[in-house]
Design a protein around this ligand. Sequence first.
Ligand SMILES: NC(=O)c1ccc[n+]([C@@H]2O[C@H](COP(=O)([O-])OP(=O)(O)OC[C@H]3O[C@@H](n4cnc5c(N)ncnc54)[C@H](O)[C@@H]3O)[C@@H](O)[C@H]2O)c1
Length: 336
Amino acid sequence: MRNKTALRVGIIGLGVGEQHIEGYRKAPHCTVEALCDFDPQKLQAVGSRWKIRRLITHAEDILSDPNIDVISIASYDNYHADQIVQALQNNKHVFVEKPLCLFEEEACRIRQQLNAKPHLKLSSNLILRKSPRFIDLKQKIQSGVLGKIFYIEGDYNYGRLHKITEGWRGSLPFYSVVYGGGVHIIDLLLWLVEEDIVEVSAFGNKRSTEGSSFRYHDMVVSIIQFKSGGVGKVTANFGCVYPHFHKLSVYGTAATFENTPKGAWLYQSGKEDPSAIDTPYPGVAKSDLIENFTRSIMEPSFLMDVTAEDVFRAMSVCFAIEKAGSASKKIKVQYI
Ligand SMILES: NC(=O)c1ccc[n+]([C@@H]2O[C@H](COP(=O)([O-])OP(=O)(O)OC[C@H]3O[C@@H](n4cnc5c(N)ncnc54)[C@H](O)[C@@H]3O)[C@@H](O)[C@H]2O)c1
């Protein structure tokens, strides 16, 4: 372990970012030194709730502070790229909320910075990997219970339409439901099957937000092809009348797994009734990746739950899906 007693953390954006505080408080060797939000009332309220005294309204002040080692970025999506690049330039490790950024060019810029500073860690809050139900599923896949997987369906059912018609998401110069939500499912699939997605096609519409100020597709469906020939379907369905839910069906030659709001099941060939799967879902808090992230900084050989490579991989697939939808044609995934 590195001879350092503490990682000093600064957090930008105090919506879901407030939950990051809990993650750093639980992690050994960490102190949350400073909080930043450009809403002064929220800043004061969160600061006093957690008894953190250094409260900053301009992100630049926290990003350039030599006394901060780690930056947690939970600002609006359109600020992520510049804040990540600035943090890396100033030798800070970065934990960023999804999505990493909004444009391929931004992801390439982040990649360049990271390549120039390989000692720095970058991770993102792709939290479904920590859900006990999906960990259980991955173990079943790895031990061959499902046989050979030939089809996967994953739906990111948002179920909170007001968040894109009324909140900041609808007022950004650009917003993508694929980057804002679909990325969770894409990362989950890449992690479950441990195989690249090579090609995608996609279609979308905005029937649910018609007449609102939200200008982008609120529903995107993508057909995906895995390297070894398995196929899949991923949706980013922000318009649905449905509980917020990650619906998943994994079809293998020996068994099918299904996660639905009414429960999860495993259908196995030769058995009449499916077995109920009762491992908790989601069973995970938004701060659950943070301890692993900070430990990987303190012990560089420690295995990270979500590496920078994982983040670039998921984003590369997202970029291909957006392109396929706009161009109305199949797109090969270019991994950044
Ligand atoms: N991992 C997840 O499952 C998950 C869940 C929710 C949100 N998110 C992501 O977290 C980010 C924030 O979303 P939210 O739901 O917390 O939004 P929110 O509106 O609840 O909170 C965002 C806060 O950040 C502040 N802020 C935004 N940009 C800022 C900047 N440049 N400088 C200082 N303060 C800034 C705002 O004033 C606001 O208080 C988004 O990127 C979103 O996609 C991830």
